[in-house]
Ligand binder design. Structure first.
Ligand SMILES: N[C@@H](CCC[C@H](N)C(=O)O)C(=O)O
Length: 306
């Protein structure tokens, strides 16, 4: 079978995107892994099948599959890329500056501007309210705190590992995230770093440490694992994504980090989250909803034989 695809990315989190508006495409996990393979395939963190929108005003449905073939409920960078795919292909009225993209975790309203060629380059997504209730994140860890409006959450709970103790705050943005704020780098073991002589976020071995926590018994549906250092004017983050490995950026992860930083008293409601592939602007608004602003770019299109 010959497939036409487009390759897009949001802050370096990259996707093979396939037009599936006639719902004819059914990829096996092996086929997804092949498309995502950076040596033998196209190379990507995940595959997005763009299907018809289902709710009022939705221009498309994002069916997101991780590089290992597992389905995920939500992808923040992917939803901006899906909006760009829809806008640039004329699925959204040329005078419109907003659309809705449907996802497995519900419809996501998106606002965007167009460049002089009518193309979309960046967008703000209304990601909805974070889920904090432990059983719904889901995590088996017990709640340790409550928000100002009385919602209980798991905050700074210590989990041991061969790399040292990490303290996790758990947030779902439709998909599960465990956020570790690291304040004392020297307390982590040498094994946690690629360069133990210089312990920092830059030298943290995210693939090794993340692979330990992703399938941890504390997270019954596994979890995306974020490692964060609080800096003067931003939050620096690296991420090990469930079903992938370390990626250059994770949109839902950046939202989870913004929420976790606020509810644990480490930051205000508005943060720039700086990732390896770029910066995402995250606002955890007074209305309880999270708004994420970031880039979306198309790199190339092509055909591949499956
Ligand atoms: N990169 C994404 C998240 C993709 C799904 C995640 N790996 C999961 O399994 O939950 C993002 O930008 O949010």
């Amino acid at each position: 079978m010959k497939l036409h695809f487009a390759k897009l990315h949001g802050a370096g989190n990259d996707f093979v995107m396939i037009d599936d508006r006639d719902r004819s495409i059914d990829l096996s996990p092996d086929q997804v892994a092949f498309l995502c393979d950076r040596h033998f395939g196209i190379g990507a963190d995940g595959v997005i099948l763009v299907r018809p929108g289902e709710t009022e005003g939705a221009s498309a449905f994002m069916h997101y599959i991780n590089a290992d073939g597992t389905l995920a409920q939500m992808c923040g960078n992917g939803v901006r890329c899906t909006a760009k795919w829809a806008v640039d292909r004329g699925l959204v009225d040329s005078s419109a500056s907003a659309t809705v993209i449907d996802t497995l975790s519900g419809p996501k309203p998106i606002e965007f501007a167009r460049d002089e060629r009518g193309l979309m380059r960046a967008a703000t997504v209304d990601m909805g309210a974070p889920i904090l209730e432990p059983s719904q994140v889901p995590t088996v860890l017990a709640a340790t705190g409550a928000t100002e409006d009385g919602r209980s959450f798991v905050g700074d709970v210590t989990l041991k590992s061969p790399f040292g103790n990490f303290r996790f705050t758990c947030v779902s943005m439709g998909n599960p995230h465990a956020v570790a704020f690291i304040e004392d780098w020297e307390a982590l073991y040498d094994a946690a770093f690629t360069d133990p002589g210089n312990k920092s976020l830059a030298t943290l071995d995210v693939d090794k440490v993340g692979a330990f926590f992703e399938p941890h018994a504390a997270f019954p549906e596994k979890a995306n694992i974020e490692f964060v250092s609080i800096e003067a004017d931003h939050l620096a983050m690296r991420v090990y994504e469930r079903g992938v490995a370390e990626t250059l950026a994770c949109g839902t992860g950046a939202c989870a980090v913004g929420v976790a930083a606020f509810i644990t008293g480490r930051s205000g409601r508005v943060n720039d989250v700086r990732l390896l592939g770029g910066t995402l602007h995250i606002e955890y608004a007074e209305d309880g909803r999270v708004r994420m602003t970031g880039p979306a770019a198309q790199v190339f299109e092509g055909d591949i034989e499956l």
